[in-house]
Every structure is written in C-alpha cells, then in structure tokens.
Write a protein that binds this ligand. Structure first.
Ligand code: HEM
Ligand code: HEM
Length: 291
C-alpha cells in the first residue's frame, strides 16, 4: 500500500465512522433523548428499541464487527501461516476501525439504557475501548518495522547512526547545532526518570521539538538554503529526535505494554462471554430480528 492508498484507507474509515455515528444520532435524537416511559408512544419505538428493526440490527452488526475485528487481528498476528498476509500495522488499523465503530453501533442498540447483567458486557466494552486508546498510544511509542515486527535496541542504534551520518554528510548543520540536538534530546534523560515524569516529558518535548524546528528553520533560511534542502534537514532532525525518545523509552514501554495486554484482554473476554449469554437469552425469548 503506497502513501496515497494508505491515506485513502484511513480516510474511508473516518468517513464511514463519522457518517454512521452522525446519521444514527440525527435519525434517533428525539427518541433517545425522551424519557424511558414516553418512548413507547413515539412512532420510532418499533424501529429504535433494542429489539426493534434498526435497534436490533445495529446490535447484531456492531457485535459482528467486534468479533471480526478481534478475530482477524489475532489470526493475522499469531498464526504463522497468515504472517505474510498484508502488513500487521494495517490490520491493527482495521481492528481499531471495526472495534471503535462496533461499540458505537452497540451503544445505539442499547438505546442508551443499560439494565440487567448485559450492562456488565456494555461497561466492559467501554473499558476495552478506552484501554485500546491508551494501548494505541503505547504501541506507537514502540518502534516497529514496516512489516510490523518490533525493533530491538540494535536496530534502533543502527538507525540512529544512519541518521547521524545523513545529518553530517547531507545537511549543512553546524557541529554546534548537532551538539545542541544531542544534548537537548538525549535518550538517557528518559532512563533516569519515572514513567509518569516520562509521559510529561513526552508532552513537553513535543513543544520543545516544535520550537527547536522553528528556530532551526529560520536559521537555515537566513543561511540561504533552498526550500527543499531545509525541508529534508528538518525531516531528518525530527526523525533523529523521535528515535532518541524511543530508544530512551524502549524498556519502559515494553514493560507497560505487557501490563496493558493483561488489562485489555480480560475485559474483552468478559464482554464477549456476557454478550453470548445475552444473545442466547434473547433468542430463547423469541427475538429473531427479521428472520
Ligand atoms: C456487546 C454487545 C451487546 C450489548 C452490550 C448489548 C446490550 C443490550 C442492552 C443494554 C439492552 C437493553 C436491556 C434493557 O432493556 O434494559 C439490550 C437489549 C437487547 N439486545 Fe443487546 N447487546 C449486545 C448485543 C446484542 C446482540 C448481538 C443481539 C442479537 C443477536 C442483541 C439483542 C438484544 C435484544 C433482542 C434486546 C431487547 C431485549 C428486550 O427488550 O427484552 N444484543 N442489549
Ligand atoms: C470492543 C472493542 C475492542 C476489543 C474487544 C479489542 C480486543 C483486542 C484483543 C483481543 C487484542 C489482542 C490482544 C493480544 O494480542 O493479546 C487487541 C489488541 C490491540 N487493540 Fe484492541 N480491542 C478493542 C478496541 C480497540 C480500540 C478502540 C483500540 C485503539 C483505539 C485498540 C487497540 C489495540 C491495540 C494497540 C492492540 C495491541 C496490538 C498488538 O499488541 O499487536 N483496540 N484488542
């Protein structure tokens, strides 16, 4: 997948997600915002109640999306036979799409009333989604190759040397600026501080990197460099800073990510187990949707 196709891939996820969420909200706003005791008398009740044509349908669709989103990712990641099927990062993006929009559909399915034991499934789903957002943040801090394999310290060190060579040989940075980058964005800073301080540091470093880039850009401009050269230099400096941060955080992020899996997975299991019980109970009670 080239860059443009990938943008289209992600863009279509956003477009579908936003369009479906907004459509369901507009379509049912009056119903969902009415008190429970009044809903029965509204014309939309037959369609939007959890067992209604649309309400029930999106419950099924949302649940299927989550089942498929999890199954496809786990199969692609863990079964060797499928390891050559596309890039893991793209499958993770597909997982995130299906497992974000699926819960939105389930939310509309509940018609915003969360009673009985199935509420445990609902709140577990919310917990998985929220932990997913945190997990995504941790995941991008751990460097991966294009094929999705985690990079180790040796890979990162050799990437840093390549960037250093590029900065020395292909850009016109003075050795003073070079030293300034090395000391301001030193990976060792991260290994000396606690995790919480590390997270605050990532945020402050983000702003520091921007103001540093701005200053560097104006320095390079006044040195008379052409636009393309400046763009290339800034890109390489930014890559170096990001790699330095990732080297500094690698061990910490690995540990947190291990704990994160211990959190994300059990909620997913609780959600699915209660969901299956809920589905079995509704079928026993005769709810068969349009069939
Ligand atoms: C994680 C997935 C799901 C969650 C969290 C969920 C949650 C809920 C909730 C909160 C209600 C309303 C309970 C109440 O009236 O107080 C409900 C009702 C219902 N759900 Fe689901 N649901 C899920 C998936 C499904 C699926 C896949 C189906 C069908 C195959 C389904 C069928 C129904 C039906 C028929 C009702 C109406 C039951 C009644 O009115 O007595 N649900 N669901
Ligand atoms: C109901 C929704 C979701 C369910 C049931 C779910 C379930 C899972 C499962 C079972 C795994 C595999 C865990 C493993 O390999 O041990 C996983 C991985 C992951 N999920 Fe989700 N997930 C959901 C939503 C999300 C969302 C919304 C995000 C991000 C915004 C997300 C981000 C991730 C990440 C980053 C991984 C780890 C990938 C890796 O280690 O290779 N998930 N999810």
């Amino acid at each position: 997948m080239n860059k443009i196709t990938h943008r289209f891939y992600i863009g279509s996820f956003f477009a579908i997600g936003i369009a479906a969420t907004v459509y369901l909200l507009f379509n049912g706003y009056q119903y969902y915002s009415s008190p429970l005791e009044d809903r029965f008398f509204l014309s939309q009740h037959l369609s939007l109640k959890p067992s209604g044509t649309l309400g029930h349908g999106i419950g099924i669709l949302g649940s299927l999306m989550m089942i498929i989103g999890v199954a496809i990712y786990i199969v692609r990641k863990r079964i060797r036979r499928f390891s050559n099927l596309g890039i893991l990062k793209h499958w993770l993006e597909f997982h995130i799409f299906l497992c974000s929009l699926g819960p939105v559909f389930v939310l509309y399915h509940t018609a915003f009333k969360f009673g009985g034991i199935v509420a445990v499934s609902f709140w577990s789903m919310v917990a998985v989604v929220l932990s997913g957002v945190v997990g995504r943040f941790i995941y991008i801090q751990i460097p991966h190759s294009i094929s999705g394999q985690e990079l180790n310290m040796n890979d990162l060190n050799s990437m840093t040397s390549e960037l250093d060579n590029k900065l020395r040989n292909e850009t016109s940075l003075s050795s003073g600026i070079f030293r300034e980058i090395e000391s301001a964005f030193d990976p060792a800073l991260y290994s000396r501080i606690s995790l919480a301080a590390g997270i605050i540091h990532i945020v402050t470093e983000h702003f520091k990197m921007h103001s540093f880039s701005r200053k560097l850009k104006s320095d390079l401009k006044s040195a008379g460099l052409d636009k393309l050269h400046i763009k290339e230099t800034l890109k390489t400096v930014k890559s170096k800073i990001i790699i330095s941060r990732r080297i500094g955080l690698l061990r910490k992020m690995h540990n947190i990510f291990r704990y994160w899996h211990v959190f994300h997975l059990p909620f997913a299991i609780v959600m699915f187990v209660i969901m299956f019980i809920h589905v079995a109970v509704t079928i026993v009670f005769g709810y068969k949707w349009i069939f």
